[in-house]
Write a protein that binds this ligand. Sequence first.
Ligand code: ADP
Ligand code: ZN
Length: 608
Amino acid sequence: MSGPTQTTRVDAAGLLQSVFGYASFRPHQEAIVRHLIAGGDALVLMPTGGGKSLCYQLPALARPGTGIVVSPLIALMQDQVAALKQLGVKAEFLNSSLSLDAARRVENDLLAGRLDLLYVAPERLLTERFLEHLARIRPALFAIDEAHCVSQWGHDFRPEYVQLCILHERFPEVPRIALTATADEPTRKEIAQRLRLEDARHFVTGFDRPNIRYHVRVDEGGAREQLLRFIEERHAGQAGIVYCLSRKKVDEVAAWLNAKGLTALPYHAGMDAAARKQNQTRFLNEDGIVMVATIAFGMGIDKPDVRFVAHLSLPKSLEAYYQETGRAGRDGEPAEAWMRYSLADVILLRQMVDNSEADEAHKRLERRKLDAMLGYCELTTCRRQTLLGYFGDPLPEPCGNCDNCLEPQETWDATEAARKALSCVHRTGQRFGVNYLIDVLLGKDDERMRRFGHDRISTFGIGGELAEREWRAVFRQLVARGYLAVDAEGHGGLALSDTCRPLLKGEESLLLGRQHLETKRKTRKARAGTPAAQVAGDPLFEALRAKRRELAQAQGVPPYVVFADKTLAAMVAERPQSLAEFARLSGVGEAKLERYGEAFLAVIRAAA
Ligand code: ADP
Ligand code: ZN
């Protein structure tokens, strides 16, 4: 872009419209952008999809010189640079994926002042050679993306990040901005201290992802069919991720969904690297692909239009759940997080913790995290309030956009039932699993029962007032709340824990939700309300998508960097007839207007 690199005084709103094609800033963006343009340092905590990149991209264009962006993930850099080029911004990256020649060319561009933005891997930035380059040019700003990588306590720790404080020492006059989506208060302090950003202004927007709708149900059999129905009825033709615990299940579910007519691709560590890469590329570059994956998939995936994330088994912690579900709806449009879980998942995860090599303190922590996860699943109140509360960002009012807010669950007093269940565990010697315990409570008189003599104990047959699935819910809840412990040997045997005493003595009570059975009455026909979903299936929308695919393929970039679904949906709604009308659509800046305006107008006219 010829303008901004030379211009010193540019108005931020003007750039937002002319380069990015957006009419207004998202919350906090404007304050951050102005602060940086004026030369201030900033520490930004903003949830995924909040619009962090614009916070440094726009000031880099507004200030003279090249904006230097440190980013730990090669895939993300490539994506961002591809998107910026589409906007007509002169952006490049430097990382190990470039040939020596290509890297030299980028360095020459940098030294000649031809770049608006340069993305660099931290280890590259820290080389003496690169630091000398920086001394010869005039950096517009330094942006440190994924700044939590500096935290030694986090799981994304990158040793090179700690050395990034050198930027401040060598270039004290250049403004810096550190950004992250995942920092709690202690991590935020650590970032500020290690990156020498103590005096930076903090912009904290919280963790909430209001566009994601949470939905959680127990798997009482048929989870796969329910998933299929969920996709067909609410997300037909849209991209999504389905997480499973094991590789075997990934393969099975992907094959099954394919047999049902969806395009589902597997992704797990057991596949060879080339096949995995190919599936990931297809997920990014094609429309409407469902990725079935173990948790290994997702890191470094910045696809903005993932419309749903489904879990067919329980994640091991709320941290993992929030990160995985957070891959939905990065574009800020409505998206759904859907889960089916079972007590068997809990028992399996519990055993994995118990049998791991970790020390006892670590195991205790993992167990607590699993308990919190299960507690979340069994909630009868607003899920978002609990989630955000867990992450230290309380939400005062119920959210109105989770299953429990939208379809409140009835509760029932399960105190008496819980006592019967606990005493049944006690009377049978604290070594049997749920199925057997329920048989005892329901008075199932079989050979095994008689062999153990359990047909003669006081809890035999005292549970007739509840159906089997209700007893399951009681046991699940007792495990979820830690009243019952799962044996470490791996047989699923349940034992009383100390905390169950107040409940047994009647000093505590237990309220349970009557989870809705997955019946027809509950499935709403309407798709999730994205503008794109509302027009999905519209012949014009499909024609625009095909045009987008063609243009993207010709350039070897993902379709969403040409135009977001939302922009295509706006074309369907507005039916612009001229370039002037086309320019008013959200997501159409000057470069895209010039590059693609006529091509899409032709599709719109042909449909009229
Ligand atoms: P983050 O890095 O915080 O996850 P991104 O920077 O990728 O988020 O932005 C998420 C999405 O929001 C992108 O598709 C981006 O183009 C869009 N976006 C950002 N700012 C605005 C804005 N002011 N108006 C409309 N869309 C925006
Ligand atoms: Zn809610």
